[in-house]
Write a protein that binds this ligand. Structure first.
Ligand code: HEC
Length: 261
């Protein structure tokens, strides 16, 4: 029993190690959807336009994405490959990591597996929480990744976001604004972490920007688990098969024991 307890404690160590990495910031939560092909296609478009210049996705082939996302290969070549690469190649057309490490202080990591590493909520929140910070080399900092080396490459879409102080509403466990039971007034607290985008400074509205980042994160989640829709489909058949066999074996057992009783 003691050994079992020790073993289960040891198995929890990586969990604590991960929890210790980075500050505890409330992440915005999203539900990724591997079956929403148009969202994945838009996400891939954003990825090749805004991310691939620095971040490879070296375990993802264009042709596999074309097949999984239901896009004709000639359209992919025309609209999503800017590097002159062939459709069967991996998405590796980023800058030399040695050069980028010199420029940004850290090499931009490969992002094929990033959602498995950080989680979709983390990436969705990270990409939306760059804010102006003049003390940083590129003039921006990030809420979930303090002192990040990456410039805010999506600023032209989102606009100029900055941090300020003020009152913030509190929410109950159902996500509704919390209200004081006696006074009936909304419960608020002081915070200096309020992010606001300067109106008209980006080409998108906040809702459009959130939707773009959702699609991009959805595409990155697909890259991390390209087999997800297949495994759901196969899993369903496997369960149906097991159920069928259970019925069959039940009658077989009955047949075997008939003469014995
Ligand atoms: C100009 C180059 C550049 C571009 C373009 C760029 N990034 Fe980055 N990115 C970086 C660098 C450099 C880092 C490493 C930052 C560090 O470790 O401080 C980074 C880090 C990240 C990380 C965190 C990696 C980790 O787990 O440590 C994510 C996620 C990320 N980028 C996503 C994106 C996405 C999505 C896009 C496209 C919208 C993008 N990046 C575009 C340079 C870039």
């Amino acid at each position: 029993m003691k050994k079992l307890l020790l073993l289960s404690l040891m198995m929890m160590v990586p969990m604590f190690a991960q929890a210790a990495g980075g500050p505890s910031v409330a992440l915005d939560s999203i539900e990724v959807d591997a079956s929403d092909h148009s969202s994945l296609q838009r996400g891939m478009k954003t990825y090749v336009n805004y991310c691939l210049g620095c971040h490879t996705a070296q375990y993802q082939r264009y042709s596999r994405a074309a097949e999984d996302l239901h896009m004709p290969e000639d359209l992919v070549v025309e609209n999503l490959i800017f590097s002159g690469q062939k459709i069967g190649e991996q998405m590796t057309s980023a800058m030399d990591p040695k050069v980028s490490a010199k420029w940004f202080g850290a090499a931009p990591p490969d992002l094929t597996n990033e959602v498995n590493l950080r989680g979709a909520d983390w990436i969705y929140t990270y990409l939306r929480t760059f804010y102006v910070d003049d003390s940083r080399p590129y003039g921006v900092n990030n809420v979930v990744f303090p002192s990040v080396g990456m410039p805010n490459v999506l600023a032209e879409l989102q606009g100029i976001q900055s941090k300020s102080c003020g009152e913030v509403s509190e929410y109950d466990t159902h996500g509704n604004p919390a209200v004081d039971g006696v006074t009936g007034k909304a419960i608020t607290h002081q915070s200096c972490d309020i992010l606001t985008v300067e109106e008209g400074s980006g080409s998108m509205t906040p809702a459009q920007f959130d939707a773009t980042i959702y699609d991009l994160t959805n595409f990155m989640a697909y890259m991390s688990k390209p087999y997800k829709t297949d495994s759901h489909r196969i899993g369903l058949w496997a369960i149906l098969f097991c159920l069928m066999m259970t019925v069959l074996f039940y009658f077989l057992k009955k047949e075997f024991w008939r003469d014995i009783h």
